[in-house]
Write a protein that binds this ligand. Structure first.
Ligand SMILES: *Cc1c(COP(=O)(O)O)cnc(C)c1O
Length: 428
């Protein structure tokens, strides 16, 4: 196995050092707790799975614990952030991150629950128009959710769930093939549910053109942004996306199992007659405590809320969002592109790639976010275990992929070159 030639390696180290020195986001690393192994900070390339804990999270949570200790139930209506309206505190930041209006986004529940709630509204099969289009190899939870939604409508998922595979059978699914399939399904298509960034391949799909195609054939378009939010800037409102769902414990650093979120475009939010599953928190806030059982949904995304807010989880969310407000998505994306480009360059020049070891994430920076997926035909798990032993945190996805995700808030350029040396050693 060839090794990175010393001169090339030195060039990369020099380049990484310069990039670190001029990195305008460098100070953010110190705002996070970095996991340690044997007294040294790990190279943490797993923010795509569980983002690191901001140092401020403890203070945000402690604030709410103190309020609970001292005020009890009065905490719902008193203080700077009354619990009764706590969900409104994340709207400004989320709207920035998602390119949405504040009344189009709400933090609530978890991703899969929100997908079910959105489908209860946007999947209304009618005769021929009953099919749902997803990508082949969709994340299992999304697959189960869509499958069961079709079943609960009394339809056969084998007939109505369409899983799109690329024409050459590879992991890369050209966006044009998605658009083509939508037109082909035409008036049989009720709903498209696609990822922003696909969790396995790391491919980023073009949300705007998929949405446009869906609307052209009279279908709705919804997106799973689990791996997209906080990773790539979005423009959900202008792209006229019908709905989107996400979790916040990946790039958004809001803690394990943390609160998820829902986007509903304002044109649907206003439509009170849209079918939905209801709960008291989606009901007109002024009349919520009248207990009169007159359903009157809030005329925006808040009308999809079911339950009162999980304050502890939401407090952790706010701590992280404050950092995103300061850093800004455009700065983050700019650094992220440099990090991932350097990762690709570094791996390519190491000479470890072959027919059996490939990067399956697109090379085009516009078709990916932070993550690169390394596909290993053989011994993938062994290589993965060796890398982990060296103090690198990343993740393994069955059947063949190591996901590597340098994150602009807390990773450095030098870590990328250090990782490549470890990777090369592990593959030897
Ligand atoms: C992480 C992830 C989920 C997680 O779902 P939860 O309901 O938050 O447990 C769902 N879908 C995708 C694509 C994911 O990557």
């Amino acid at each position: 196995m060839p090794t990175i030639q010393t001169s090339k390696l030195n060039d990369l180290k020099e380049k990484a050092k310069k990039l670190d020195e001029t990195d305008v986001l460098a100070q953010y690393r110190n705002q996070f707790h970095l996991p340690q192994k044997e007294g040294k900070p790990c190279i943490y390339f797993c923010g795509n799975s569980l983002g690191l804990q901001p140092k401020s999270t403890q203070t945000f949570i402690e604030h709410e614990l103190e309020k609970w200790r001292n005020k009890g139930v009065e905490g719902h209506f008193t203080g700077e952030k009354p619990w009764v309206a706590y969900h409104t505190n994340s709207k400004s930041s989320l709207s920035q991150i998602l390119g949405a209006k504040q009344h189009e986004v709400v933090a609530m529940n978890n991703l899969t629950s929100n997908l079910h709630l959105a489908m209860a509204s946007f999947y209304q099969p009618q005769g021929r128009r009953s099919k749902v289009l997803i990508e082949k190899g969709a994340f299992p939870s999304d697959f189960y959710a869509v499958y069961s939604q079709i079943e609960t409508k009394g339809l056969d998922p084998k007939k109505y769930l369409v899983e799109l595979e690329s024409s050459d059978g590879s992991e890369y699914l050209p966006n044009s093939e998605v658009v083509h399939k939508i037109h082909e399904l035409s008036n049989e298509l009720a709903l498209v549910i696609f990822p922003g960034v696909q969790y396995y391949s790391g491919q980023f799909f073009d949300i705007k053109s998929i949405t446009k195609a869906a609307h052209e054939v009279g279908a709705y378009a919804g997106f799973d942004l689990a791996h997209t939010i906080g990773n790539i800037p979005l423009s959900l409102h202008d792209d006229e996306v019908d709905f989107a769902v996400w979790c916040t414990y990946k790039y958004l650093n809001s803690g394990p199992g943390g609160v998820g979120g829902l986007f509903i475009h304002e044109k649907h939010g206003k439509n009170k007659s849209l079918s939905r599953l209801s709960g008291w928190w989606g009901h007109d806030a002024k009349a919520r405590f009248k207990m009169d059982n007159q359903i009157n949904p809030i005329p925006n995304v808040d009308g999809w809320q079911l339950s009162n807010v999980n304050i502890i989880s939401h407090a952790a969310h706010l701590a992280s969002l404050q950092i995103f407000d300061e850093a800004g998505m455009l700065h983050l994306r700019r650094k992220s592109t440099l990090l991932t480009n350097l990762l690709e360059e570094s791996i390519r020049s190491s000479g470890v790639l072959s027919e059996n070891i490939r990067i399956i994430t697109p090379s085009n920076p516009n078709e990916r976010g932070c993550q690169l997926s390394l596909f290993l035909t053989n011994h993938g798990k062994e290589v993965f275990n060796k890398i982990v032993k060296q103090g690198v945190v990343l993740d393994w996805r069955e059947p063949n992929v190591i996901r590597v995700a340098p994150v602009p808030l807390y990773n450095t350029f030098s870590e990328i070159v250090a990782f490549t040396e470890i990777l090369e050693e592990a593959i030897k």
